[in-house]
Design a protein around this ligand. Structure first.
Ligand code: CP
Ligand code: NVA
Length: 314
């Protein structure tokens, strides 16, 4: 049952591909629907990952990723253990390569949240079990599977969808752009000059057939958009520079910006949010805001990612 361990690393969305992402979303919808009234820690009827252990390795803070992977594994019948840099030998300089080889002897899969993307590539190179990206400075693919699930749940089809991003051209935007090329939706990116996303991700989206607008005009990006997305102006590990905050201020998603979007537009934010900075209080608390569905969907999306990693989906 399943592929040999280690063959299905999920470092970025392209590792799975469009068909698998579609299958992940479909499976997440089915599993979510099958357990609406069950206690959150109860295993799904088939408990497909019974006996499996996932290591959650954190070199950065987390609430959603940590809790949702834990609950996802419980619902799939498996268990997790949590390793934090500050309380493990990673924090004292043990190499990623050695950590990967040790953990591969002890657990069945590894999720890593780290800074430099090269570290997760090294983890995957040395691990003989599946490795999942729980966020790096470059990308956040698990978040985007949850985001796409959320959009679809709110009755929006992905092909041709107009998603608008406001603020910093960061890791979350990179994964949105990668997803756009795979799933054929369009992205309008409104950032101040100097804070654009990496060109590589823009090219990836365009190569896949997505239209990508790059602008420094937030209103231009919002006009006619179906989904408005933003994220913190200062990501983990970045300097909290006043200069950056000043540059970001015109990109706040607020009532005036939402007015320009389509009438049934949604607001997404991966959280944690800084209400009053990248999003206004009225938008964050409005009916258009589906940020807590999005947060819950991290569980359901990651169950699909885990099943794929273990060779049981797609
Ligand atoms: N969205 C997200 O990844 O949240 P955490 O940083 O709390 O895991
Ligand atoms: N861009 C943010 C996402 C947090 C989930 C960060 O990297 O800190």
């Amino acid at each position: 049952m399943g592929l040999p361990a280690g063959e299905r690393h999920f470092l970025d969305l392209g590792d799975a591909g469009a068909d698998v992402i579609a299958a992940m979303i479909a499976d997440a919808i089915d599993r979510k629907a099958a357990r609406t009234v069950w206690p959150k820690g109860q295993a799904d009827a088939d408990a497909p990952l019974a006996g499996r252990v996932l290591a959650l390795v954190f070199e950065k803070n987390s609430t959603r990723t940590r809790v949702s992977f834990d609950i996802a594994m419980r619902q799939l019948g498996g268990t997790v253990l949590i390793l934090e840099a500050g309380s493990s030998q990673l924090g004292r300089g043990e190499t990623i390569a050695d950590t990967a080889r040790v953990l591969s002897r002890m657990v069945d899969a590894i999720m890593l949240r780290t800074d430099d993307h090269a570290k997760i590539e090294e983890m995957a190179r040395y691990a003989s079990v599946p490795v999942i990206n729980g966020l790096t400075d470059r990308s956040h693919p698990c978040q985007i599977v949850a985001d796409l699930l959320t959009v679809i749940e709110h009755n929006k089809a992905l092909p041709g969808l107009e998603i608008a991003w406001f603020g910093d051209g960061n890791n979350v935007l990179h994964s949105i752009l990668e997803a756009a090329g795979l799933m054929r939706f369009n992205v309008r990116v409104a950032t101040p000059k100097g804070y654009e996303p990496d060109r590589e991700f823009v090219e990836m989206a365009r190569a896949g057939g997505a239209q990508v607008m790059l602008t420094d005009d937030a209103q231009e990006a919002a006009r006619g958009a179906d989904v408005l997305v933003t994220d913190t102006w200062i990501s983990m590990g970045q300097a909290d520079a006043e200069e950056k905050r000043v540059a970001m201020a015109p990109y706040q998603v607020n009532g005036a910006l939402m007015e320009l979007a389509n009438k049934d537009a949604l607001f997404l934010h991966c959280l944690p949010a800084h209400v009053g900075e990248e999003v206004s209080h009225d938008v964050f608390e409005s009916e258009k805001s589906v940020v807590f569905d999005e947060a819950e969907n991290r569980i359901h999306a990651q169950k699909s990612v885990l099943l794929w990693s273990f060779g049981l989906l797609g």
